[in-house]
Write a protein that binds this ligand. Structure first.
Ligand code: NAD
Length: 487
């Protein structure tokens, strides 16, 4: 087994196994090969992880932010030095092509450690509030033990995007990766220890939807940050609410990407392809409803089809491969079902729609697929597919497309391609979403806040905004005089 870790969990600075936990396998989606065998966490492992985090957190919080930041910056350096090794592991874990993981996965995790490590010294200051002769000041204090629960599309990135702001604010984290992609987070935990992080502050435990609640419901947990689907988000937020725990919810989407007839066509097509086919379409912020103004529809579809059919599908470890398999057979079958629904409900299949030839029969591959003539009421236009399926819808007018773009319970992101800059701003102003792009799509550098509105969630990851979600303000009023009481 080529990616077998030393043990399933990483707690208090070391690998630990508990063979009493439910066994599960980690599968390389390109070939179906078993690459690791692990155990889900038992309640005893959960207790151990939370207890060690709780113990370690107090001392960590007492350190200066600069000292904490230095460790995170060192972790970023180590991740960059090991980018190739980590990217190969990410490719084995997820099936995403090495061409992507080498530029987008460990590197974006390292960016988070570098960014939050770098702002530690200045970003955690409080305020001084003059009140005449009296004054008040605020302190930004950590929450305590934070739980991170990850999805399977960006396992290393998610482990770092949650870990970095949590740690810099003085919290400890217990992270549970998705059961589909258990391996990357263990390496992040190892690297943090190597960078000098005291033991217990970043623990990783394995498990699935039955393990998650043990963490979410634990009385010693102060905050839960979930990346996952809307139905899971509702369950987790509901459970966390019973103890009024802090929550960040990074959930799903069905985002509109709007192409006006004055757009740079090649850029718009490139943006739409990146926003539907990158990571085999397994990206929460994807612009899966591509609204194209009627005048350019044919041109758009002709070039989109040409470019889509040139996408290189194959072995994810081959540098030339542009599209790998889906993360699992279950996910691939779900996407194939949606494709059948698209056909049955009358959408026009422009390209793709099935399983490609010339790939391992055991791999969970699927062709990049484009549907045209999609209408707002079709299942494929309403539900999150989470696979490489682009829906192209036509529109006539600006007001119409804004209204249709917003007609969804999701609100994660959106984009507009146009050469009219005032129109671009008018449109993004009215689109109901947490992150919007003008003349590009899906760029999420660590400097900018990322997160959803409506049912796509709440809270923000990355940027200074994330600090507010891993800390709280303590206000201190200081009197300089005597107390004047009326009695
Ligand atoms: P999922 O909701 O099935 O699982 C997410 C995680 O939650 C997994 O680790 C799972 O084990 C855990 N989980 C499931 N039920 C739980 C429960 N009741 N209590 C606690 N934990 C529980 O999602 P997925 O299939 O792994 O990922 C795909 C989804 O994630 C898509 O909807 C996608 O849009 C979303 N996503 C969102 C973002 C974002 O930043 N907004 C990023 C990536 C993925």
């Amino acid at each position: 087994m080529r990616a077998q870790p030393k043990a399933s969990h990483f707690i208090d600075g070391e690998y630990i196994e508990d063979a009493a936990g439910t066994p599960f396998e980690s599968i390389y989606p390109a070939t179906g090969e078993v690459i690791a065998r692990l155990h889900a966490a038992t309640p005893a492992i959960v207790e151990k992880a939370i207890a060690s985090a709780r113990r370690a957190q107090k001392e960590w919080a007492a350190m200066s932010p600069t000292a904490r930041g230095r460790i995170l910056k060192r972790a970023a350096e180590i991740m960059r030095e090991r980018n190739r090794e980590l990217s190969e592991l990410e490719t084995l874990d997820t099936g995403k092509p090495i061409q992507e993981t080498i530029v987008a996965d460990p590197t974006s995790g390292a960016d988070a450690f570098e960014f939050f490590g770098g702002i530690a010294a200045a970003g955690l200051n409080g305020d001084y509030i003059p009140l005449g002769q009296d004054f008040a000041f605020t302190k930004r204090v950590p929450l305590g033990v934070c739980v991170g629960i990850g999805a399977w599309n960006y396992p290393q990135q998610i482990a770092c995007w949650k870990g970095a702001p949590a740690l810099v604010c003085g919290n400890a984290m217990v992270f549970k990766p998705s059961e589909n992609t258990p391996l990357g987070a263990l390496k992040i935990a190892e690297i943090l220890i190597e960078a000098g992080l005291p033991k217990g502050l970043y623990n990783v435990i394995q498990g699935d939807r039955s393990t998650g609640p043990l963490l979410v419901n634990h009385k010693d947990v102060a905050k839960v940050s979930l990346t996952g689907s809307v139905p899971t988000g509702k369950k987790v937020a509901g459970a966390a609410a019973s103890d009024l725990k802090h929550v960040t919810m990074e959930l799903g989407g069905k985002s509109p990407l709007i192409v006006f007839d004055d757009a740079d066509l090649e850029s718009a097509i490139g943006g739409a392809m990146l926003g539907n086919f990158y990571s085999t379409g397994q990206v929460c912020s994807n612009g899966t409803r591509v609204f194209v103004q009627k005048g350019i529809k044919q041109q758009f579809l002709t070039r989109l089809k040409e470019r889509t059919e040139k996408i290189v599908i194959g072995d994810p470890l081959d540098e030339a491969t542009q599209l790998g398999p889906m993360v699992s057979k279950a996910q691939r079958d779900k996407v194939l079902d949606y494709i059948e629904k698209g056909k049955a409900e009358g959408a026009t299949l422009v390209t793709g729609g099935g399983i490609p030839n010339d790939v391992s029969a055991e791999g969970t591959y699927i062709q990049p697929t484009v549907f045209a003539d999609v209408t707002d009421d079709m299942t494929i236009a309403r539900e999150e597919i989470f696979g490489p399926v682009m829906c192209v819808l036509d529109f006539d007018h600006e007001d119409e497309v804004i209204e249709r773009g917003n007609a969804t319970e999701f609100g994660l992101s959106g984009g507009v391609f146009t050469s009219d800059i005032t129109r671009a701003h008018r449109v993004v102003d009215q689109l109901e979403a947490g992150t919007l792009w003008i003349n590009t799509y899906n760029l999420a550098p660590v400097e900018i806040p990322f997160g959803g509105s409506k049912q796509s969630g709440f809270g923000r990851e990355n940027s200074l905004a994330a600090l507010e979600h891993y800390s709280e303000l303590k206000t201190v009023y200081v009197s300089m005089g005597k107390v004047e009481a009326p009695y």
